[in-house]
Design a protein around this ligand. Structure first.
Ligand code: PPE
Length: 312
C-alpha cells in the first residue's frame, strides 16, 4: 500500500504524514464511506476505469449516509484522483477515495463532525490470488448474513458495513477457503464479501437482484459485455443449491476483477475449473480495461502519462 503521496483535503501529503488523530470519530464508529477504483496501463498511457461512475457512487453513498455537505464537486474529486495517480508516477494501480468524519467530538451524530476527504493510490496485484484468475477460487457459504436493508445501507460503501464482510471473510479464510458467499436476510444468495456473484446455466447468466447488494460497477460492466456477446443476462433470486448445480460460477469486483469459482462448500462447480463463458467474459473484460475493447473509449478516462525520473 506504499506510495509517495496521499491526497488529503486538497493537498498531496507525503505518505508518512498522511495520519489522523486517535480520537477521529470515523475510527471509533466506522463513519466513513469509500470507493475502490482501478487504473490500468493501456499501452498508450494509464487510464482510470469508469472514474465518473465511481465518484458518482461515492457522492451517492455520502448522500444516502446523510452527510450534509461534501466540500468537493464530482469533477474536483475526479481531478484529485488523476492528480494522485500522476503524483505517485503510477501506471497500474488501485485508488481508494475515503470521506471520513473527522475533527468533531466523539458521539453518534454525524452532524457534529466535519467530513474530510483522502485519496490514496498504490499498486495492488490480484486480490484473490494469481492462480485464482486462471484456475478458479474456492468459496464457502457463510453463516454470517448480509446486512438487512433496514440494518444498514446496502447501496452505500459505508466503512462500518465492512465489519459484516470482515466477519464472513475471516471465517472463510480460517476454514481454508478463498472467499465467502453471503446470503441475504431471506436466505437467498446476495454477494461475496468484496465481490458480486454470477452463475452460468444453459448458456444464460444469472445474478442476484439489486435490493440487498452493493451494485457493483464491475457487475454492470460484466452485464453490458455479456449483452454485447448476445449472452442473456437474468437478474433474479438465487438459492445456494442453484450455485452448487450451476455450469459455471464467477465473481467480480474492482479489486478482484473477474474470477472463476471452481468449488463451493466442497462441491465442484461444473468441471471444477474455469468454464468457457467465464473465460470469454474475463478475456473481454481485460481487453476492455487495457484499452483494446469496443467499450474502452466510453469506460476509460486517460490520465497524463507520468514522467519517470531516474535516480532521485
Ligand atoms: N460487493 C461488495 C460487498 C464490495 O465490497 C464490492 C467491491 C463489490 C461488490 C463490487 O463492486 P465494484 O468494485 O463496484 O465492482 N469491493 C471493493 C473493496 C475491496 C476491499 O477489500 O477493500 C473493491 O473491489 O474495490
Amino acid at each position: 500500500m506504499n506510495s509517495d503521496y496521499i491526497w488529503m483535503d486538497g493537498e498531496l501529503v507525503p505518505y508518512s504524514q498522511a495520519t489522523v488523530h486517535v480520537l477521529t470519530p470515523a475510527l471509533h464508529y466506522g463513519l466513513g464511506i469509500f470507493e475502490g477504483i482501478r487504473c490500468y496501463d493501456t499501452g498508450s498511457g494509464p487510464a482510470v476505469f469508469r472514474l465518473r461512475e465511481h465518484i458518482e457512487r461515492l457522492l451517492n453513498s455520502a448522500h444516502a449516509f446523510g452527510i450534509a455537505e461534501i466540500p468537493y464537486s464530482g469533477e474536483q474529486l475526479c481531478e484529485a484522483v488523476r492528480q494522485t495517480i500522476h503524483a505517485n508516477q503510477l501506471t497500474e494501480c488501485y485508488v481508494r477515495p475515503l470521506i471520513y468524519m473527522a475533527d468533531g467530538p466523539l458521539g453518534l451524530n454525524i452532524d457534529a463532525s466535519r467530513p474530510a476527504v483522502s485519496i490514496a493510490a498504490w499498486k495492488w496485484g490480484t486480490y484473490l490470488g494469481e492462480k485464482g484468475l486462471t484456475e478458479g477460487v474456492r468459496l464457502a457459504i457463510s453463516s454470517i448474513t448480509r446486512l438487512h436493508p433496514n440494518v444498514s445501507l446496502t447501496k452505500a460503501k459505508v466503512s462500518g458495513n465492512y465489519v459484516n464482510s470482515v466477519l464472513a471473510k475471516t471465517l472463510a479464510v480460517r476454514m481454508g477457503f478463498d472467499e465467502a458467499v453471503m446470503l441475504d436476510p431471506a436466505g437467498y444468495v446476495a454477494e461475496c464479501t468484496g465481490e458480486n456473484l454470477f452463475l452460468v446455466r444453459d448458456g444464460a447468466i444469472y445474478t442476484p437482484p439489486r435490493a440487498a447488494i452493493l451494485v457493483g460497477i464491475t457487475r454492470d460492466a460484466v452485464i453490458t459485455l455479456a449483452q454485447d456477446l448476445n449472452i442473456p443476462v437474468i437478474e433474479e433470486q438465487i438459492s445456494r443449491d442453484q450455485l452448487y448445480i450451476a455450469d459455471e460460477v464467477f465473481v467480480c469486483g474492482t479489486a478482484a476483477e473477474v474470477v472463476p469459482v471452481r468449488e463451493i462448500d466442497f462441491r465442484e462447480i461444473g468441471e471444477g475449473r474455469r468454464g468457457p463463458v467465464t473465460k470469454q467474459l474475463q478475456a473481454l473484460f481485460f481487453e476492455t480495461v487495457r484499452g483494446k475493447g469496443k467499450r474502452s473509449p466510453e469506460w476509460l478516462d486517460p490520465i497524463e502519462a507520468p514522467e519517470f525520473s531516474i535516480g532521485i
